[in-house]
Design a protein around this ligand. Structure first.
Ligand code: ATP
Length: 484
């Protein structure tokens, strides 16, 4: 699939628009249109339902050492600045950046995104100049967006937009334990916006400056944490395959020992072979990390920073940790065994926008289907899993007469309380099918001449193109069973 076809479809059909497009857009920011917002919402709801609200707290899942609980939280985007100092983001959440010094080029790149020490824009952006072309020395660039809280506007009022949702979970660990009586092992989930001032936002929504994350911090006993790591790795991979990202384009990549931070006994990425990447390359959808007790301990005791695998407790002039922790006890006492410990954390951290983009790429297909005259034509069809499809069913009267629109409207209204449904009576029915294929609508209902005599309608399957008759009164049950 060529990426430009998908990008064009996303704009044409209202999945994705450039932010502030009428003013020329803003690099790294994207808006979801009417179809896109439904798609992304369905993905987020599937995640919340499968990981949190639909999770059976009493059953020990296959592969897990014991039963576990899951609860949710919704924290603020701006948090106490100390959070980011203690977490290490203030000092270490940096990318190395270089600028091209050639006149008129203005190229700026992340060092690890360019293959050589030459400006990748040459010679197109500065023809003739490129032999002189030099890049600046790499320098650190902190990815956190800074803002000011309050009216005074001094540096002391500086705060940051969160670059991840995870820290909100860690700093509320005590609150959740005390208020909801969860017992380790348990997980806290959060979805919401995160912000990173990416040096080179690119590849459609893949690398944006404002995006949504879906993160779980799973707290467990240190001894069983390797098992829980395995469990979450497999569980999260299965979630993507169940929703339709199967096959060679999806893979789970276990990080090598040399890639791991000193506190981690395992990290893996769930990756997708996005069409905008070079053949054989994959892009990260989600990282699943064993984080030990690093985060809770840092928020208790002060800033513990890892640099090149080394643990650094940065000291202030008084010899104490430079960035103090909260000083609050974030350990856990098991009331059955009386054991007190700082829980280990397994973190499955997913991007809602990258997930949505992968589902869009996977869904895009072109095939041959007959038009109204029975001639085979190329059709574009978005094969979303019915659970995430923006519109579940469309209702058409075959013609705008003989009472068909009235019946179709009645069917539309009967379905509306149960699922997203779209009514369309304009144009030839074949064209209406095509429009729904492009939107990824799994089923279409057509009210025709036979409906007037026996009350049945035609139900059409988007993928197989099969059509069969269902009685009007059985429609909702049949659709619910097929959509799941
Ligand atoms: P990358 O290496 O691609 O920058 P990362 O390893 O920094 O990603 P994490 O910090 O692990 O990413 O964030 C967890 C998830 O959040 C990622 O797997 C991804 O889905 C999402 N994410 C991170 N940065 C962005 C971004 N700039 N735009 C969209 N999604 C993002």
């Amino acid at each position: 699939m060529e990426m430009d076809k998908l990008v064009a479809l996303c704009k044409r059909r209202g999945f994705l628009f450039q932010s502030s497009e009428i003013y020329g857009g803003l690099n790294g920011f994207w808006d979801y249109g009417p179809l896109g917002v439904e798609l992304k919402r369905n993905i987020k709801e599937a995640w919340w339902r499968d990981m949190v609200s639909g999770h059976d707290d009493l059953a020990a899942p296959p592969g897990a050492p014991t039963a576990y609980e899951m609860v949710g939280i919704d924290c603020t985007i701006i948090m106490h600045p100390q959070v980011w100092k203690v977490s290490g983001h203030y000092d270490l959440f940096v990318d190395k950046m270089v600028d091209c010094k050639a006149e008129g080029c203005k190229g700026r790149f992340r060092v690890d995104h360019i293959p050589s020490s030459e400006c990748p824009l040459k010679p197109s952006k500065h023809p003739g100049e490129h032999d002189k072309c030099k890049l600046t020395e790499p320098r650190d660039f902190n990815l956190m967006f800074k803002t000011i809280v309050g009216a005074l506007g001094t540096e002391e009022d500086a705060a940051f937009l969160r670059p991840e949702t995870a820290q909100g979970i860690f700093v509320n660990f005590r609150n959740v334990c005390d208020s909801s009586r969860v017992r380790v092992p348990f997980g806290i989930a959060q979805m919401g916006k995160s912000f990173r001032n990416e040096i080179t936002p690119r590849n459609f929504t893949f690398r944006s400056r404002e995006f949504e994350q879906m993160e779980i911090e799973f707290f467990c006993h240190p001894k069983s944490s390797p098992q829980w790591y395995q469990y979450w790795r497999d569980r999260r991979m299965k979630w993507y395959t169940d929703l339709g990202l199967a096959g060679e384009r999806l893979r789970l990549r276990e990080h090598g020992k040399e890639e791991l931070s000193h506190y981690s006994c395992g990290t893996s990425d769930i990756e997708y072979a996005f069409p905008f990447l070079e053949a054989g390359d994959f892009g990260e959808l989600e990282g699943i990390a064993h984080r030990g007790d690093f985060d809770l301990r840092s928020h208790m005791e002060g800033k513990l920073v890892t640099k090149d695998g080394q643990l650094i407790v940065e000291q202030g002039p008084d010899g104490k940790p430079k960035w103090k922790g909260s000083g609050k006890d974030l350990s856990y006492r098991d009331d059955l065994t009386n054991e007190r410990f700082v829980p280990h954390v397994i973190e499955p951290s997913a991007g809602a926008d990258r997930g949505t983009l992968a589902f869009l790429c996977e869904a895009y297909h072109e095939d041959q289907a007959p038009d109204d005259k029975g001639q085979m034509q190329t059709r574009v069809v978005m094969r979303f899993h019915p659970r995430i499809a923006p519109i579940k069913v469309a209702v058409f009267p075959l013609v705008k007469k003989d009472g068909m629109p009235e019946i179709a409207e009645r069917i539309y209204r009967a379905i509306k309380p149960h699922m997203t449904v779209f009514y369309d009576e304009s144009g030839a029915v074949g064209r209406r099918y095509r429009r729904q294929d492009e939107a990824g609508t799994p089923f279409c209902i057509t009210v025709d001449g036979q409906t007037l005599t026996d009350g049945t309608v035609t139900l059409r399957d988007r993928d197989t193109l099969k059509q069969w008759r269902v009685h009007e009164k059985d429609l909702v049950a049949e659709l619910r069973q097929r959509i799941g």
